[in-house]
Design a protein around this ligand. Structure first.
Ligand code: IYR
Length: 226
């Protein structure tokens, strides 16, 4: 395609090719950075500036999405009363889950991680960010119609959010109070938005602990056909 042949609505791709040894160095560096990420449930109460949270949300929002609908809302809360209400409601649901609803096969894999229904990270972390998935979008005439691949799109956006938080030197946790319908009510979101993840963001507590986990090897998580 020659210059000037670009279809209306399209612009040239900005792409900077890197020398292969620089690619390899950056790939290794990013792997090492992400390899050092751990999920802890122990957060410090230290403040984090709002602009850092905004940057993490902006990075998450660069995610590719079905039909470029960007079917997500990130609700960031530092307000202590609101965080306390969310923790209280989350613990009511989680208590039922841990004490009554958890199937035995689930317990088998969760117990080694040491989780329970007490969710102090919701009130300890200076921010909690709740990711809402949009199941519908508003058409220009006001009519509602489906958002396509919203689950996949939001999963990708969440991954970028987690990477952005880790890259800036903070920590986050993907908490999934179940069921989490209460978040729509407490955070005043419309009916077509569904809470998907609750992510506290902050510094780890000084005595933060993590389970001694190992990650699967490349061979265990991949197959190559050449
Ligand atoms: N939703 C609960 C339980 C829980 C489930 C899984 I799977 C985990 O990896 C961790 C916790 C909670 O957030 O505690």
């Amino acid at each position: 395609m020659g210059e000037g042949d670009i279809e209306p609505g399209f612009v040239p791709l900005v792409f900077h090719e890197l020398p292969e040894d620089e690619m390899r160095e950056r790939a290794q560096g990013f792997h090492d950075l992400m390899g050092a990420r751990r999920t802890t449930r122990h957060f410090s109460k230290r403040d984090v500036s709002r602009d850092l949270i905004e940057l993490a949300v902006k990075t998450a929002s660069t995610a590719p999405s079905g039909a470029h609908l960007q079917p997500w809302t990130f609700v960031a809360v530092s307000n202590p009363e609101l965080k306390a209400r969310i923790r209280e409601a989350a613990e009511v649901e989680e208590k039922k889950f841990y004490e009554e609803r958890m199937p035995e096969a689930w317990e088998e894999v969760l117990t080694p991680l040491g989780t329970d229904y007490v969710k102090e990270h919701v009130t300890d972390a200076p921010w909690i960010v709740v990711l809402f998935r949009h199941s519908q979008r508003e058409r220009p005439g006001g009519e509602m119609s489906p958002a396509y691949y919203a689950q996949e799109s939001c999963g990708i956006a969440a991954g970028l959010f987690i990477a952005a938080v880790h890259n800036m030197g903070l920590t986050t946790l993907t908490h999934t109070p179940s069921p989490m319908g209460f978040l729509r009510e407490i955070l005043w979101r419309p009916d077509h938005e569904h809470a998907m993840l609750l992510m506290p963001v902050g510094y780890p507590a000084e005595d933060a602990k993590v389970p001694g986990l190992k990650r699967k090897s490349l061979d265990e998580v991949s197959k190559f056909f050449e």
